[in-house]
Write a protein that binds this ligand. Structure first.
Ligand SMILES: NC(=O)c1ccc[n+]([C@@H]2O[C@H](COP(=O)([O-])OP(=O)(O)OC[C@H]3O[C@@H](n4cnc5c(N)ncnc54)[C@H](O)[C@@H]3O)[C@@H](O)[C@H]2O)c1
Length: 342
């Protein structure tokens, strides 16, 4: 739900619970900016990074719930980006077999993607989101003013996922192309956030457990996840891993190339996204010599239906996703060559 007044919207929800049965878990960075929305509820501030999306952090959150005497009839308020909402959603869904939680996303990526749809989880043995459950929040309160403190790269990462949603919707795509990424105004972004959330919610409502249609939301993610995982493996002091939304933009270029060559999609969205990529996201940091490792990562993707194959969502045109497109090794290499040639 989009909020004009986050305080009253949250109060309307917490009023349904006993006063001593509401607790807050928030991203420490966000609490550092001050968090008036917390009211007087007990709050656990959690250190956040992809490395903290772990069982240890979940234990820290469970311990906090026990210390606060939270029962199954309580409410957990999760305030932060996608790492925080995934972690808290998982901790809440597994605490005493499930306690209600509400998401208050504070990053663009969490607003338009991570905080809705019911996927929760943690990383395990370096595998992203490999332990988790489907457990939707009772509500997601989206208050775009949080974005004022968000670093530009985090903003662009979230916008990368918005562009993906735009390619699934004929009305949204041209509006996203009009958005001024040089000044990033929040007022004109707000209706775009709302439309992205609506597109995702409609798809999730039709296929909550990702058995068919929801795979459309994975557009750009087969190549994108491989690029992201490779960058995590290659990261070293001074060289950060790829932000998720950047990886999705690069992945969409490869998958739009295949959409053109395999499904006859028009070249316009590929050209439009390439322009945005070159202007705002830069070129991918991986090299041609990484091609074999990328292929191997794509063959291990948890979205594949059969072991060893490479499975993508492609588009026939904007708003017309085609799920379960199996691509050959040669096609994958050609798409990577195209991406690395830009
Ligand atoms: N559950 C889902 O459906 C789903 C969907 C997409 C992504 N995800 C997950 O979301 C995670 C990525 O989420 P993210 O991009 O929000 O990353 P994140 O939660 O790591 O937040 C990014 C950074 O921004 C900081 N931050 C958060 N809010 C801020 C604010 N208002 N001002 C300044 N800094 C702020 C955080 O402390 C962090 O350093 C990944 O773990 C991914 O797997 C989940």
């Amino acid at each position: 739900m989009m909020c004009r007044d986050i305080h009253s919207e949250l109060e309307a929800i917490t009023a349904r619970y006993e006063k001593d049965q509401v607790v807050v878990v928030a991203d420490k960075t966000v609490t550092g900016y001050g968090l008036p929305v917390m009211g007087n509820y007990p709050c656990l501030a959690v250190e956040i990074s992809e490395a903290h999306k772990s069982l240890e952090t979940v234990q820290q959150i469970w311990d906090f719930f026990f210390e606060q005497g939270l029962t199954r009839r309580g409410l957990v308020v999760a305030i932060g980006g996608g790492v925080l909402t995934d972690l808290v959603g998982f901790a809440a869904a597994t605490y005493k077999r499930g306690v209600d939680y509400v998401n208050i996303p504070t990053t663009l990526l969490a607003m338009i993607d991570a905080s809705s749809g019911g996927k929760t989880g943690i990383n395990y043995h370096s595998l992203k989101n490999s332990i988790g459950v489907f457990a939707p929040p009772v509500e997601t309160l989206i208050y775009p003013a949080w974005l004022k403190t968000l670093p530009i790269k985090e903003f662009l990462s979230g916008f990368g996922e918005m562009l993906k949603t735009g390619l699934l919707n004929t009305k949204l795509w041209p509006q996203l192309l009009q958005y001024d990424l040089d000044t990033m105004p929040i007022e004109t972004l707000t209706p775009l956030i709302e439309q992205c959330v609506n597109v995702k919610e409609r798809i999730v409502a039709a296929d909550p457990k990702e058995e068919g249609l929801r795979k459309a939301l994975n557009f750009g993610h087969t190549f994108g996840h491989a690029l992201e995982e490779l960058s995590i493996a290659n990261a070293h002091p001074g060289v950060d891993p790829l932000y998720h939304g950047y990886a999705v933009v690069y992945g969409m270029i490869a998958e739009l190339y295949l959409s053109v060559t395999k499904l006859g999609c028009s070249k316009a969205p590929l050209q439009q996204l390439t322009q945005i990529m070159l202007h705002y996201y830069g070129k991918p940091q991986c090299k041609c010599s990484d091609r074999e490792r990328l292929l191997s990562l794509m063959r291990q993707d948890k979205k594949n239906e059969h072991a060893g194959e490479i499975n993508c969502t492609l588009i026939r045109s904007i708003g017309s996703p085609q799920i379960n497109q199996v691509i050959t090794t040669d096609e994958a290499l050609e798409a990577l060559d195209y991406l690395f040639s830009l």
